[in-house]
Design a protein around this ligand. Sequence first.
Ligand code: GLN
Ligand code: ZN
Length: 773
Amino acid sequence: MTAPAFPAGTILGYPRIGRRRELKRAVEAYWAGRIDRTELERRTAELRSATRARLIELGLGDDSAIPDSFAAYDQVLDTALAVGAVPERFAHVRAADGSVDVDGEFVLARGEAGQPPLEMTKWFDTNYHYLVPEIAPGTAFAAHSERLVTRFAEALAEGSITRPVLVGPVTLLALAKPATEAPVGFRPLDALERLLPVYAELLAHLAEAGAEWVQLDEPALASESLDESPARLREAAARAYAVLGAAERRPALFVATPYGGIGEGVAVLAATPVEAIGLDLVRGELPSGLDDATRAALAGKTLVAGVVDGRNIWRGDLAAAFDRAVALEGLAGSLAIASSTSLQHVPHDLADEQRLDPRLASWLAFADQKVAQVATLARGLAHGRQAIESELADASAALVDRAGAPGVRVPAVRERLAALSDADFARVDYDARVEAQLDLGLPELPTTTIGSFPQTGELRRARAALASGELDDAGYRAIIEQEIERVVRLQEELGLDVLVHGEPERNDMVQYFAELLDGFAVTEHGWVQSYGSRCTRPSILWGDVSRPAPMTVGWSAYAQSLTQRHLKGMLTGPVTILAWSFVRDDQPLGDTARQVGLALRDEVADLEAAGIRIIQVDEPALRELLPLRRAEQPAYLDWSVGAFRLATAGAAPATQVHTHLCYSEFGVVIDAIRGLDADVTSIEAARSRMEVVEDLGRSGFDHGVGPGVYDIHSPRVPGEDEVRELLERAVAEVPASRLWVNPDCGLKTRGYDETVASLTHLVGAARSVRESL
Ligand code: GLN
Ligand code: ZN
């Protein structure tokens, strides 16, 4: 076939949540029964229409330049449903023809009585979470193209030929897990042969509807951190695109590979009939060392150069991006410009930010500004560099301005970092610390929580009132102190051994610190989708970080003054602060992390001075930032562990340092956990029924551990017997002298009734196991 021309410039996807979070509002109103399905559909169609109009206005006017990357909840779920991958346990949500409508989709996403939702996990090394498809040998794959076709037609009726976006078959299976009914040893990728004809059928339906190009996302090819080996993933891609390429009736195929370089994957895709190949040239490298056959094959294809960074909010070096694209000229039949990834990871529009410092704003680009950058670079490819010279020069000038602006490089911060020596990263031996901490007087199997208590509507209203000026500082402080006192008394009544203040003052565990540290800015509308209708508003870490004043000491000291028991101070660690912010790209992440580490080190010292003997530094994102490429992992582990140690190693031997990690995939980071050298590490374990404790036992980890005994992700209250059984398993693997008893994670998303019941059972179980020792 002769392919229609690929658009000169495009993006791999656009934020779907809406400039004012219209999608969130619509689906939440629908879930709450405030609007009906017709209204939900009217609102989502309106949002898509507005998106198309905006993208055209920003310069994506070519046919197929606008991706249809919409999903009401999650793009992985949508693709799974389009190929009929509905797990048996949800068979009842299917219609007679096997399709699943939006109500069914929400059931899979959110669960229902007696049936937990699909598991949710992080999408590559981002903070977006997708729903994990469940595949079995018997999964009844079938093409359900209705939604894709309807949306294509909806755009066509308004005059736009869009480019439907699907998760590609290799990535869909590589991210899936075996359904419960699958036999032991079954791997979802084994189902590829059966799945391919279904993709072919979807492609046929889209071709019939008039689609000229379809985008298939295959980021699995950029990852070395999946269960399937890179070699097997490449083999699967070779097979998949040979089959799909040979399909009789289909649109032209654009295979995108965001989130990293794909190395030999370029040759693999070039050898298939796909018409366009997208490369992430921000994270990945320019293709090199290509053999003659690959070069010959590329001559008939389009290379789509992902040179505009879809992962961060910097305006960046536009001239360098242009050069990277130009370097590919001549390598393929034609060349196009794109974002490196979907823009779903960045907020909509910088123009919505009225309160950002204009100078800072001039260094930034949100989704809409990035679309404009793509259009600019595409124009440069078509008409030569001189056609875009002024845009390139403006971006370069902003970069120069940024490099020299006050606050970007603060001599005092840099001198302090330069003066650090190895000793600043190390505490005395663990054994000596255990000795020094004996006077804490803790019982065996001490009970504690991870930090937050339920966040009530009243607290959120108080924060809003403070922000709007309706409530003054003193009024706000009184409300928070009241809440702290309530939470402290509650924990005393429950009989917990180590108390927390409950974190009522925190809107978010990262933003709270970002607002108090120098070097950060916060946005008004900079929301990005985290999962489903949930959004976060990452702060912008733009300059050298330092701490003008204590951040948590007042609240923690107040809480400690109310009780004779130990009160655990609560900080967010440097890696997590970086992971959940938009971080400066003008220096290595490790340098930035050490600056944050130093600021936290000062906070640790002030907490100690205020009489706090136990301090927890949370690092739930330690695993998330782990690079997808194996070769890059050691360097990452080195700086991430180093920054944590810098934050904590100033603590006296008698101060007990805790850390908390939020997941149970331990293998990859066990060395890092050992490296953190925290006195006590709490981890998620309840959902895996303490499997992680065995891993820990085997790994020879010999510091304190608190495997979670209560799954806080679910409103279910665990019985005392159930908790006791989990604890008994843990005691079998870890000496009781090192074992702590705590929930899986913080309680902020839970209600008070279930929290009180669950913690009562937790304390009861700890006591009874303690007596049996
Ligand atoms: N201390 C935090 C809390 O309890 C930890 C949250 C997290 O691990 N994500 O909420
Ligand atoms: Zn957690």
